[in-house]
Ligand binder design. Structure first.
Ligand SMILES: Cc1ncc(COP(=O)(O)O)c(C=O)c1O
Length: 348
């Protein structure tokens, strides 16, 4: 599949719908979903609610919008939401929590992206006439910028207990919850059970072209429907996207362990190279640190691109590579070879 094409490891969002998925899209039964008429969307939402063990789920155009509706649902204007300092909602959603919810995010620095109850506890504001009230804890699993790190169930349970102890709600950004479940063998519903609302993506790793979902109680999802509409997320014959998502759940969910194995293969190959250190990946995201002064991440990206391999520069010394269903074993071997050539081209 990747023999002659570019090996695109920038993100697991770069996948293109397969012929089977395109057929499912073409054959989808559709209706106006804003009027509640789309049977394929209904089917997808029921399927996701069951997978996540929640009363209801709602289909969204993006993970960002679903996260933000999760925050809107679970907070009040002028309150604070605690999150890990490298969380997606903090860095990559354009201050949306401040914009739409009027909520101040309170980032908690951690060494490895794993926000534990012990780390979060001191960030909960005590009742005070001077301080904003804490309303929500946000968790991210897997953690994107921590290299697809899995938040173990017991850590998430600890956050749940902390939240309950202080009457806070808990939102789970599970853009890649499927990867966490595939890596640990736990069911997605076991993670989701710890959260009041959970967001999942169908467009990362699973290969859907567009689409995320928010799941929670029936009451919360009824309110979420209105908030989604208010944000411009009401979609009409969106069964064509729901059909792609259903196809992704049937065909691409079971194969996620392949992506994790390929990430490990790339890690093993690159980690030994002169001047490169790789954070061992839990799932499909590989963080590669450049430990030599004569090479910037931007230079590395350019060199690798010339070799037909795309990665992203995500920090002053860091590259990110992500495996996904459009990169096969041959593609990974080409990436390993390109990194070897990069290391040798700069041989000291
Ligand atoms: C952890 C995490 N949350 C949320 C999102 C947002 O998803 P979208 O790009 O669909 O808005 C992403 C996207 O990369 C992500 O990695």
């Amino acid at each position: 599949m990747t023999t002659n094409a570019i090996v695109d490891l920038r993100s697991d969002t770069v996948t293109r719908p397969s012929p089977g998925m395109r057929r499912a899209i073409a054959e989808a039964e559709v209706g106006d979903d804003v009027l509640g008429d789309d049977p394929t969307v209904k089917h997808l939402q029921e399927r996701l609610a069951a997978l996540l063990g929640k009363e209801d789920a709602l289909f969204f155009p993006s993970g960002t919008q679903a996260n933000q509706v999760g925050i809107l649902l679970n907070t009040q204007q002028g309150t604070e939401a605690i999150c890990e300092a490298n969380a997606h909602i903090f860095h990559y959603e354009f201050a949306a929590a401040a914009t739409w919810s009027g909520v101040q995010l309170r980032p908690v620095p951690t060494d490895d992206g794993l926000l534990t109850a012990e780390q979060a506890r001191p960030y909960i504001r005590p009742p005070s006439p001077h301080l904003a009230r804490t309303s929500l804890i946000c968790a991210e699993n897997t953690h994107n910028m921590a290299g697809g790190k899995v938040m173990p169930l017991e850590v998430l349970r600890g956050l749940r207990e902390l939240a309950s102890e202080h009457s806070l709600l808990l939102h789970l950004d599970g853009a890649r919850l499927w990867n966490a479940a595939a890596a640990t063998g736990a069911a997605p519903s076991e993670y989701a059970a710890q959260a009041d609302t959970v967001m999942v993506c169908l467009s990362k790793g699973l290969g859907g072209p567009i689409g995320s979902a928010l799941a929670g109680s029936a009451e919360a999802m009824e309110r979420a429907w209105t908030l989604r509409k208010r944000l411009g997320g009401g979609m009409r014959q969106v069964g064509i996207l729901a059909a792609a998502a259903l196809y992704a759940l049937d065909h691409n969910l079971p194969r996620l362990p392949e992506d994790h194995a390929r990430a490990r293969r790339l890690m093993e190959s690159v980690d030994g190279l002169d001047g490169f250190r790789v954070v061992p990946p839990d799932t499909n995201i590989i963080m590669i640190d450049i430990e030599r002064d004569d090479l910037t991440p931007e230079d590395a990206v350019r060199y690798l691109e010339e070799q037909g391999v795309r990665v992203l520069a995500t920090g002053p010394r860091r590259l990110r590579a992500v495996t996904h269903l459009d990169v096969d074993d041959a593609g990974i071997e080409r990436a390993c070879e390109a990194f070897r050539a990069l290391a040798e081209s700069r041989a000291r």
